[in-house]
Design a protein around this ligand. Structure first.
Ligand code: ADP
Length: 405
């Protein structure tokens, strides 16, 4: 039995889960928010003598280094961990591994530099993640640290799917290609779907739909990602909470002139932060708000909902075409797991493919087959669990490097 910590750091947050492995039992999980802003919030749910407890505190935390320091202090105070040596491994979610990391990797000082240097592919994520990893390494210098990349699962994309139709030398010289994201989630739910279908993943063609605030779809053929909707950055593909997804790039200079913008970065910010459900509805980036407004007759909210559904349908259809078939469609993440109505809208519009939602089974937020028995393609709801997938990767690499228990 050993404790493995799974860490997911954002630019101003740090999410974590501490597992007892190999049982995969969660013994503590929590979130530190508003790091670097005033009144940071720390909340931890933990087990103490088998009882579930919650700890909450508000205090100023200046940076991620302080957050990591505080986290360990709280672990000791709450007796979640009595000695840091109990933690045998730490897995870090990293947004982009570019082409450098087609798999999870044991973190060395060089790896930290490389993660930081890939910041041009994920500017809001990689640099703070590199900093957090460094803080953890300082705190636990002898502990196995593993980086798990959101891009790695998509390293199997064939070149015809990862290349853009632009001069080839831009790929060779500047690494311009599709990298994809959410790989840990797509991989986890595809594997879980195969288990639920009781069939080897090698025999299955699966379309995985990770529909959260950020959203992407992947075509998983025989367990390997062969295409995905996000691209060089997470801006491409579906309509998202605040991101536009696919647009004609000629819109950029045209709008910059109209909006009197001189910096292309400002235009990209609009596409990243002011578009998607928020920009279309004018109400919110949160699907719950959009659904409520649409139900009460708001025309733009209804339109936002319809566009969201339409883009998901388009990608599912094109991935079925690309794989020349599909055995399963899997829904996951905030919207995918929790919005039966949206799953119904998406699948109902794809009935030509021979998929039919079972409205009774679909009324769930839990792991379930949600299509009818005679549906040609099985539709499933599979809550994602990136944290456990990260902990599993730490175990896998730990076994390889023979880190002692
Ligand atoms: P991320 O991890 O990308 O921030 P999540 O996977 O947590 O995002 O998903 C957030 C999205 O899920 C939000 O748009 C939220 O409105 C949506 N969501 C959560 N619960 C529901 C629900 N019951 N019905 C519809 N949408 C929901």
């Amino acid at each position: 039995m050993k404790k493995i910590l799974s860490v997911n750091a954002g630019s101003s947050s740090l999410k974590f889960q501490l597992f007892l492995m190999p049982e995969e039992k969660v013994i503590a999980k929590g979130l530190i928010e508003r790091i670097g802003l005033s009144e940071s919030i720390i909340s931890i749910d933990y087990l103490s003598d088998g009882e579930e407890k919650t700890f909450k505190q508000t205090k100023d935390i200046a940076n991620h280094e302080e957050a990591v320091d505080l986290l360990f202090k709280l672990f000791y105070i709450l007796s979640v961990v009595k000695d840091s040596s109990e933690i045998k491994g730490v897995g870090h979610r990293v947004a982009s591994g570019g082409e450098l990391f087609p798999d999870s990797v044991v973190i060395t000082d060089d790896v930290v530099h490389q993660i930081d240097s890939l910041g041009y592919l994920a500017p809001l994520h990689n640099p703070p993640q590199a900093k957090v990893i460094k803080s953890f390494k300082d705190m636990l210098p002898d502990t196995l640290m593993v980086a798990v990349f959101d891009t790695s699962f998509h390293a199997t994309l064939p070149s015809e799917n990862y290349l853009y139709s632009i001069p080839y030398e831009y790929y060779e010289k500047y690494g311009v290609r599709k990298y994809g994201f959410h790989g840990t989630s797509h991989s986890f739910v595809a594997k879980r779907a195969a288990e639920l279908l009781d069939r080897p993943i090698e025999d299955l063609k699966i379309v995985t739909c990770h529909l959260g605030n950020g959203a992407s779809i992947a075509a998983v053929d025989g367990g390997r990602s062969v295409d995905t909707s996000m691209g060089f950055t997470p801006l491409a593909g579906l309509t998202m909470g605040t991101r536009s997804g696919d647009v004609d790039p000629s819109i950029l200079p045209y709008l910059m002139e109209k909006l009197d913008l001189t910096e292309v970065d400002d235009m990209i910010k609009i596409l990243n932060n002011k578009s998607g459900l928020l920009g279309l509805s004018g109400i919110s980036s949160d699907m719950r708000d959009v659904e409520t407004a649409a139900a009460s007759g708001n025309v733009r909210a209804k339109l936002a909902l319809e566009i969201f559904v339409n883009r998901v349908q388009k990608y599912i259809g094109s991935y079925i075409a690309e794989m020349n078939g599909a055995d399963a469609i899997v829904f996951t993440a905030g919207i995918g797991e929790n919005a039966p109505n949206i799953r119904d809208m998406i699948i109902s519009g794809l009935s030509w493919f021979g998929m039919t939602i079972d409205t009774v089974q679909n009324d769930t937020r839990k792991e379930a087959v949600i299509s009818t028995e005679d549906s040609r393609i099985t539709v499933l709801n599979v809550p994602t669990n990136e944290e456990i997938e990260i902990a599993r990767q730490v175990e896998r690499l730990g076994a390889r490097t023979k880190i002692s228990n």
